[in-house]
Design a binder for this molecule. Structure first.
Ligand code: PLP
Length: 430
């Protein structure tokens, strides 16, 4: 056997990990705030933010301290026993983040959070069946969505490229064009039980639900006794400028979803996912509210909501709330969009900013006609992301034609200016 010291890291990753990621040849070694340093000591501005996972940047001192303190006391205990940090974290999500009565479940990832919402919908369809008594189970999802890579969430994701090669898929999902009110109205039948959507789609390139579409979804939910489920895994917890992502589209209390999923920002990079269920009557003649229908034994997760995961999330959310980071993200998103909007560079067609969820729509026709882009074999977004790495900045592709900035929510004006400078120089050099 070849000793590990004899092989360099590139060989090890290639030899021993599955080839499912198309990784850049970039080796970050440590991070602080909005910056990371690679293994050769070179500094980069990190506006990829772990794909919306690092709301406070890297290694925020309060998060690091919370991890250290909790790790010294108790890392994990089974959900057979009491975990007080779960109650504290759930209270924060209910009362300060969403501000709508309800209850939470904790798992480990975004996909797992959405799996929970899908199970909630299936259970609801059993409790509130069709006229002939058979369960309702169809969930409506939308083109461009992304809900995860497990079987049900991959199926919920209305993108052929995500399903490719894994059939047969999970039954019970119907795909509709996003923001198409007529299609939504037409799609509902006696089998429909839920509508699942991202208030601001991330992976498709930062596309918001329109206010009219959200309002219609609520109306149809009420008319047809459906559940309105919002995937806030990428757009939630303040990133879009409001503690609840959908309030960046319709402020205030007008929209009351039935379930919301969280992950990414919640744990500052520590694996944690969660979903919230509204406390409301389900009008089935019994007194069980919606937030109690997943009763004992119906759902679970071994690691989910460990003391360490919850302590990390509590520290993260406390900083987000105390420092007013949603409002800061909103201001900075506008600042960046205003500056980038004045560039008038041929490589960028549009800038879409919802707080610190920012999509730069590339002029892909122009880019695809370049010999260097063609020779790279990369789609324009990945090619630009590589050029950014070369220039000392991390960004994330969203599909082939959009580059996203998912910077820390506490990014300063100076760091935003640095990002604008580097990104503009990359685009002007083309
Ligand atoms: N939902 C949305 C909106 C996402 O952006 C993602 C991940 O990118 C997921 C779900 C899946 O989350 P995870 O990768 O943690 O399973």
């Amino acid at each position: 056997m070849q000793r590990t010291e004899d092989m360099n890291n590139n060989d090890l990753t290639e030899k021993y990990t599955l080839p499912n990621y198309r990784r850049y040849d970039f080796w970050p070694e440590r991070g602080q705030g909005a910056y990371v340093w690679d293994r050769d000591g070179r500094k980069y501005l990190d506006f990829a933010g772990g794909v919306a996972v690092n709301p406070l940047g890297h290694c925020h001192p309060e998060v690091v301290q919370a991890i250290k303190d909790q790790a010294e006391k108790l890392i994990h205990v089974s959900n057979w026993f009491q975990i007080p940090q779960q109650g504290e974290l759930a209270q924060m999500l209910v009362e300060e983040i969403l501000q709508i009565p309800g209850k939470c479940f904790f798992g480990n990832s975004g996909a797992e959070a959405n799996e929970g919402l899908i199970k909630l919908a299936r259970r609801y369809g059993v409790l509130k069946p069709q006229a002939d008594g058979s369960p309702r189970y169809e969930i409506l999802t939308f083109t461009g969505s992304f809900h995860g890579r497990t079987f049900a969430t991959m199926t919920a994701t209305a993108q052929e490229k995500i399903h490719g090669g894994f059939g047969p898929l999970v039954p019970g999902f119907k795909y509709l064009p996003f923001n198409d009110i007529e299609a939504l109205k037409q799609a509902i039948n006696e089998n429909t039980v839920a509508i699942l959507l991202e208030p601001v789609q991330g992976e498709s390139g930062v596309h918001p639900a329109s206010p009219e579409f959200l309002r219609e979804a609520v109306k149809l939910r009420d008319q047809h006794d459906l559940l309105l489920l919002l995937d806030e895994i990428q757009c939630g917890l303040g990133r879009t400028g409001e503690t609840a992502g959908w309030r960046a589209i319709i402020p205030g209390d007008e929209i009351q979803p039935d379930g919301v999923s969280f992950a990414k920002s919640i744990g500052s990079g520590y694996a944690l996912g969660a979903f919230w269920v509204r406390k409301r009557s389900i009008n089935d003649g019994a007194s069980t509210p919606l937030c109690d229908i997943l009763n004992a034994g119906s759902h679970g997760s071994t690691y989910g909501g460990s003391p360490l995961a919850c302590a990390t999330a509590l520290a993260t959310l406390r900083v987000i709330l105390r420092e007013g980071l949603p409002a800061h993200a909103k201001k900075m998103g506008q600042y960046i969009a205003d500056h980038a909007g004045q560039w008038n560079l041929p490589a960028v067609k549009a800038v879409r900013a919802f707080g610190f969820m920012i999509g730069f729509e590339l002029n892909h026709v122009l880019l695809e006609s370049r010999e260097d882009v063609k020779a790279s074999g990369l789609p324009p977004s990945m090619w630009i992301a590589q050029r950014c790495i070369d220039a000392g900045m991390l960004v994330v592709p969203a599909g082939p034609h959009v580059v996203r900035w998912l910077a820390p929510m506490n990014t300063s004006v100076e760091d935003a200016d640095e990002g604008l400078k580097i990104f503009r120089s990359v685009l002007t050099s083309l």
